[in-house]
Design a protein around this ligand. Structure first.
Ligand code: HPA
Length: 270
């Protein structure tokens, strides 16, 4: 696997003079951060050797080299979801490549269903921990000690320092940031009322279909992680209504300017 990662990392490094220090994975409806990037080079996933092949028709996403506030970054516009049929190693391959390119910090954004009764749709939650409910793990199989340890520590999956800085940014800009636990599940179904209830009982504040695999792999390689989630619908008993992908995208897009603001400022401090 290391050779495959190296090949892709070498290819990407040869594509731009930018030497990114932060990797950013942009989630559902959150691609607007791209407008804040001074883009130096943008590459379609199809052009990247060893990148997973798109299972959905149409656009599969782009990798963007650029700067935010002069900080060199590499952003994934579109991610690979487990529910699309990619295995965990494919879902997390781009994170492996980022690390190989010298990136030591990972930012991830996503949309999620709110479980904490204090949350309202449109809230932004800084992820301070997660629960892996995928029933799978990207580190299953032979471990490559060159990438990370067999039994990686997960005591600080999301950097406390970055969380503290994000909260400060929120305060300064009058952006109400929640903090909570994200439970990651396979999807593609949204939850039944009983499932939302179960995840709440398990200790989660929001539920979504991504992020956990990428963060596990990032922590395996000792990258510091920052995760931010937009609550696009409610899984709180009494508030559950029919939810569609379109609504999720709409709510995410509406909350995006504030999220973008936080990420933009945090990039300079990370
Ligand atoms: N459940 C799972 N994933 C989601 C949700 C949800 O309610 N909303 C956005 N992504």
């Amino acid at each position: 696997m290391l050779e495959t990662i190296q090949t892709t990392a070498d290819y990407l490094t040869s594509q731009s003079s930018i030497k990114p220090v932060i990797g950013i994975i942009l989630g559902t409806g959150l691609g607007g951060l791209v407008n804040e990037i001074k883009i130096e080079k943008s590459i379609s996933y199809e052009e990247i050797p060893n990148f997973p092949v798109s299972t959905v028709e149409g656009h599969s996403g782009r990798l963007i080299f650029g700067t935010i506030n002069e900080v060199p970054i590499l952003a994934m516009q579109g991610r690979f979801h487990y529910y699309e049929g990619y295995d965990m190693k494919e879902v997390t391959f781009p994170v492996r490549v980022m690390k190989q390119m010298g990136i030591n910090t990972l930012f991830v954004s996503n949309a999620s269903g709110g479980l904490n009764p204090d949350y309202v749709v449109g809230d932004i939650m800084v992820i301070n921990d997660h629960i892996n409910m995928f029933g799978d793990n990207p580190l299953i199989g032979k471990n490559n000690n060159k990438l990370g340890p067999r039994f990686p520590d997960m005591s600080e999956p999301y950097s406390k320092q970055l969380i503290a800085k994000a909260m400060e940014i929120g305060k300064k800009n009058n952006i109400d940031l929640k903090q909570g636990v994200y439970v990651g599940t396979t999807g593609p179904t949204f939850e039944t009322p009983a499932e939302y209830k179960m995840f709440r009982i398990l200790g989660a504040d929001a539920v979504g279909m991504s992020t956990v695999p990428e963060v596990i792999v990032a922590r395996h390689m000792n990258m510091q992680c920052f995760g931010i989630s937009i609550i696009t619908d409610s899984g709180v008993p009494g508030q559950i209504v029919e939810v569609s992908h379109e609504e999720v995208q709409e709510v995410a897009a509406a909350a995006e300017p504030n999220m973008t603001r936080v990420i933009k400022e945090l990039v300079s401090l990370a």
